[in-house]
Structures are given as C-alpha cells and as structure tokens.
Write a protein that binds this ligand. Structure first.
Ligand code: M6R
Length: 599
C-alpha cells in the first residue's frame, strides 16, 4: 500500500495535493512528500510521519506551480524516514517519481546503476526508477519511462514528473491508478477519493497501460506505444464510501482484501520450487523455537507451531507474551524467539522479545508495520506486506501471518535439506483464488448470522491445525458483537464444555477435510445428541454432516496445512455480519484499541 496523487492545472497546487494526501492516508501514513514543478525547478518537501507533519513545513508556503505529484508511504523497503519518503529523484534532480507497489528485481538494477555511477540515497526499491529514467532519457520522457517499465519486475502505480514540461506520465501494473478528467485540469491518484470533489469523470488505468497527462488532455497507450481507447466513467460515490472502497466498514474491506494480501505476502518469496527469504540467522544452531504474541497474533503463533514442527521438525513452544515476560522463562543461546505482531508495537510482545534477547536467544520478527519497534529490535524479520489494517478486529494481518509462517517453516525445512513438496507450492499459488470463493459466500453467511445474532453464547470447536482457528473465530465474535464465545479443541468438549450444550447453544465446527475428519464427525454427533445447534464449516455437502447441522458453510478444499487461511475467513464474515446486524460499531468496538502499547 501507499497513496499517490498528482495534478496538472491552474488551481493552488500545494493545498490541493496536501488535501488529496489526507484522503489517501488510510493507504499508509509513515512518511509523506510532495514535489512541484516551480519555475523550471522540481521543488520538494518530505517528512517522516503523517500528512499533518508535512503540512506544517514552512517552505511549502513558497512553492507554486501547475504540475505536481505527492505520496503517502506505507514502508515496504527501508525504514520510515525522510530519506526513504517519496518523491524520489534522479542524480540531477530533474526527474521525480512517486511509486506504490514493490519492485522485486530492484537489487540487481540498483547494483547496475551504482556501477554506472548513480548515487542512490535511499533504501527503497522505488528510487531506482528515477535513476533508470535518467539513464534512458534522451529528450523524450514518455519513451524513457516506457523503456524502464520493460525492465521492472513486480508491481507499480507510478507517476513521473520532470523539470522540462508541465506533464505527468503514469503507469500501472498490479497497483491501482486512476485519472480524473477535469475542465482544463487533470488529476491522477491511487483511488478516486482525492479526485471526486473536483471531478466525477474517472478513467481506471489497466495493467500494462501508460498515461500522458497534461492540463488539457490525456493519452493512454499500452507499453508498446499503441493508443488505447478508455471509457470515462461518471462516478457517483460519497467520499466516505470511497475511502472504504464502497464497503460499509474497514473490517469488511480488509476481509475482502485477503486474496491480494496473501499474494503480497508470498510475492517474490517463492522461486523455482524454493523459498527465498533473506534472514541473517544461522538456523543450524537453533535447537528450540519459542513463538510469542498477543491476541489474534497469538492464535497465528499456535498455527505456526503446527507448521514449524511439521516442516522443520524443530521443537516449538508458544507463549502469551504477557506470561512469558513475567515468569522468568528458561531461555538458552540456541533458542530462537519469534515475535509475531501486526503493529510491531504491542507492549507485552516487545517486553517478551527483550527478555529473550537479554538471555541470549536469537530473535525474529513477523510484523506488518515496517520500521515499528519490534522490527527494529529483532535480529532478522519477515514483513507481512498486508497494508494498513484499520479495523480494530484483526483479519488480513492474521491470514498473512499464517502465510508468512508457512513460508518460514518451509524455509527452515529447506535449509535443513528437506525437499519442498510441489503440492504445497502449487496450493500456495492458487490459495488467493480459493479465498475469493469463500468471499462469494458472504451473503449466505449473512443469512446464517441473521438467524443466530440474538444468541448470548457461542462455542467454536476445531482440531489439529484448526483448533487455533476455533480460538480466533470465537475472539472475532466476542470483540465486535459482544456475544460471549469460547473456542476449544473439539475433543476437550467432553472434559467440561459439553455441560453448556443445550438447544440454545450455537456451536461452530471446523469440519473441513483433514487427517482427523472422522474424529470431528464423532464430536458433531455428540453435540447433536445434546440438541446443540450446529454450524459446520465443510468442503462439501455430505449426508452425515448435513443430517446433524442446522447450517453448512461450504469452503474450497485445500491441503490441511493451509486450511486455516480458508476456514478463518468464513468465521471473520460470520462475526462481522452478526455485529453489523446488531448495529454495532464494527471498526471501533467498545473498550478496545488497535494497538495495545501499555501492559
Ligand atoms: O499488533 P499486534 O498483532 O501485536 O496486536 C495483538 C493484539 O492486540 C491484537 O491481535 C488484538 O487481539 C486484536 N484486537 C484482534 O482482533
């Protein structure tokens, strides 16, 4: 994620770009910058932090012009600071770029540029684009940009400005980019939210297209330079709708982002049947792994234990960060502590990490927010690339944590000589399509939600790697619907929770195909015999499950190790729809905060 905006026209450009960035801030907010063509010079201001910090910069008052670009950043490569903030420039500061996406082959291109004498000042993957344009520029900006695009692997929503002409060149592959067509003015942006107050005439750029934007006209071409006819859409959305992408809540939007998020977590990390992670830890010396986290991230840690023990055969323990930090844990120098956190700022997780570090353990972070405290404290790390998560109830961070843990456990196995089974690699590639199928069930799940929304209690049962999914399903329901819910390993039911079961108790069973499907089926029968109201998450309608279940949620089949990613999404939707039908504040549930930075 990241937000970009650009303008060519006669309005006061700095306030327009700043206001536009504010509307895009939901896409990232760790640093921001602006660049305007002012009297033949590219004038730029960048700042760490939010747009409100950038806005305070005095020199902005003295900048004016008729063409400019701006960016709000969600760091992926390089920490969030002023140097890594966009726009980025070529050596002569004659070409400026803003970029949203990831350039996967930037390392090799950077080496080449440095060899040729280019001074690269940031740690980003994006800056090389400006230098490559400089390399190919022979008086025709469009030509130079197109030549560069052909070299780039990865994704981009890109805007380029030079000191020569009042024009912006834009290009898109994998990251969104729209053009707003005004009367004597043109806009470009990552989405329509900053444009809609100026014009409702919108062109959606497609992958592989390049736009040449001046104040009076736009030309769209494909990457080979052939003209493309684009439809101009008349958009009738409100600003609020747009920021949430026409979803009622951020939580729902984030649930629906999961196909793309999982693609991003895997992107560039699986090549030629191998897992590519650059982790500077000598894993051969590691005898034990301790996973620590809080809340939803703790649930992904439990899934991580299953995955690591399965693929890497290294003994694993999972600890609540808040318990680990205070119980004087036994930690050795051949231990690896993995801290899992969406925010990277959870106080207990940071303290647990410091405790283990102090005792000599190696440390690894699995974190979403780039440059966060945990990401800076660990020896090595894996970023989730899930984009900003705004809804307090974590959804896309959870599934991307499972995806990252899958990569990590396969990588550990690979490093110890294991051949990675082709089947899991194939499934990892197609899992985003399977998630899309689960999302298609949203309306059906809403119907189920409407039937059960007034219940006071829920139980969630799962086994094996789907036991933590039961915990997560129950947590999602509790935190946003305020219905009491508990998750259990299904076999534990007989040791207590079975006493709770009567005709008023809904029980969600995770009953997708697994090595222990028959055991789950017995548990379902036991609940049925006590009049419990069963909602089963399954891969197909079988007579046995249908007979005992009030409702079925059918999800695509995948291999058992990846089934938590598929299964939990139906539980996220169930919790979401119940809370929404109850009219609750889904994105900001009572008493909760997105990031728990106090113990
Ligand atoms: O940012 P973190 O992943 O470290 O946050 C951990 C928990 O606070 C978080 O997962 C919390 O449980 C969420 N509300 C779950 O939806």
């Amino acid at each position: 994620m990241c937000g970009i905006i650009g303008y060519v026209g006669d309005k006061k450009i700095v306030p327009l770009l700043i206001e536009g960035l504010k509307k895009l801030e939901y896409r990232g907010y760790d640093s921001a910058g602006i660049c305007v063509l002012d009297g033949g010079m590219l004038k730029s201001i960048k700042d760490k932090g939010r747009i409100s910090e950038l806005e305070k910069e005095e020199p902005l008052k003295w900048i004016s012009g008729n063409a400019g670009i701006a960016h709000t950043r969600w760091a992926t490569h390089g920490k969030p600071d002023e140097i890594n903030a966009h726009p980025h420039f070529d050596c002569k500061k004659e070409i400026a770029i803003v970029h949203n996406g990831i350039i996967e082959n930037y390392q090799s291109l950077k080496k080449l540029l440095i060899k040729e004498g280019h001074m690269i000042s940031s740690e980003t993957d994006s800056e090389i684009i400006a230098h490559l344009i400089e390399k190919f520029y022979e008086g025709d900006l469009e030509e130079a940009v197109t030549r560069v695009l052909k070299l780039l692997e990865g994704t981009y929503g890109l805007a380029v400005l030079s000191n020569k002409e009042e024009k912006i060149i834009v290009a898109k592959k994998g990251s969104p980019l729209v053009i707003g067509v005004g009367d004597g003015e043109m806009f470009i942006a990552s989405d329509i939210s900053p444009i809609i107050e100026h014009t409702n005439k919108i062109i959606y750029l497609s992958d592989g297209e390049v736009g040449i934007i001046t104040k009076d006209r736009y030309i769209i071409k494909n990457i080979d330079g052939n003209g493309v006819d684009k439809k101009v859409h008349e958009v009738k959305w409100s600003i609020d709708q747009i920021e949430k992408g026409n979803f009622k809540h951020f939580m729902l939007k984030e649930i629906f982002e999961q196909p793309e998020v999982i693609r991003n977590t895997f992107r560039g990390r699986i090549k030629d049947g191998k897992i590519k992670l650059s982790l500077n830890i000598d894993f051969k010396k590691i005898k034990r792994i301790i996973l620590t986290a809080c809340g939803t991230s703790w649930h992904s840690a439990v899934i991580g234990k299953y995955l690591i023990e399965e693929y890497a055969k290294i003994p694993c323990e999972v600890d609540y960060a808040s318990e680990f930090r205070y119980r004087n844990p036994m930690v050795n120098t051949d231990d690896l502590l993995i801290a899992i956190s969406q925010s990277g700022e959870t106080a207990d997780t940071i303290a647990a990490l410091k405790e283990a570090k102090g005792k000599g353990a190696k440390t690894l972070g699995i974190v979403n927010v780039v440059g966060s405290t945990i990401s800076r404290e660990v020896d090595s790390g894996i970023y989730l690339h899930a984009g900003p998560e705004t809804g307090v109830a974590s959804t896309k961070a959870f599934t991307s944590q499972i995806a990252a843990l899958t990569l990590f456990s396969l990588y550990l196995g690979q490093e110890s000589g294991m051949d990675i089974d082709n089947e899991i690699l194939k499934e990892m590639e197609i899992i985003p399509e399977k998630i899309e199928k689960v999302l298609e069930n949203s309306e059906r799940i809403r119907n189920i939600a409407s039937r059960f929304k007034d219940k006071n209690n829920f139980l969630y049962f799962g086994r094996g790697i789907n036991f933590p999914v039961a915990l997560e399903g129950a947590l999602k329901l509790k935190e946003i619907s305020y219905i009491h819910a508990e998750g259990y390993p299904a076999a534990e039911m007989k040791h207590g929770p079975i006493a709770l079961i009567d005709k008023n108790m809904p029980i969600v069973f995770l009953a997708t195909k697994s090595s222990i499907s028959s055991k789950i089926l017995s548990n379902i029968e036991e609940v049925y015999a006590r009049d419990g109201k069963i909602i089963s998450v399954v891969n197909e309608k079988t007579p046995e499950v249908e007979k005992f279940s009030e409702e079925l949620i059918i999800v695509p089949e995948t291999i058992e190790e990846l089934s938590p990613i598929i299964n939990v999404i139906s539980l996220q939707l169930l919790a979401y729809h119940i809370a929404d039908l109850k009219g609750l504040d889904v994105d900001k549930p009572r008493n909760l905060a997105k990031s728990v930075t106090v113990e």
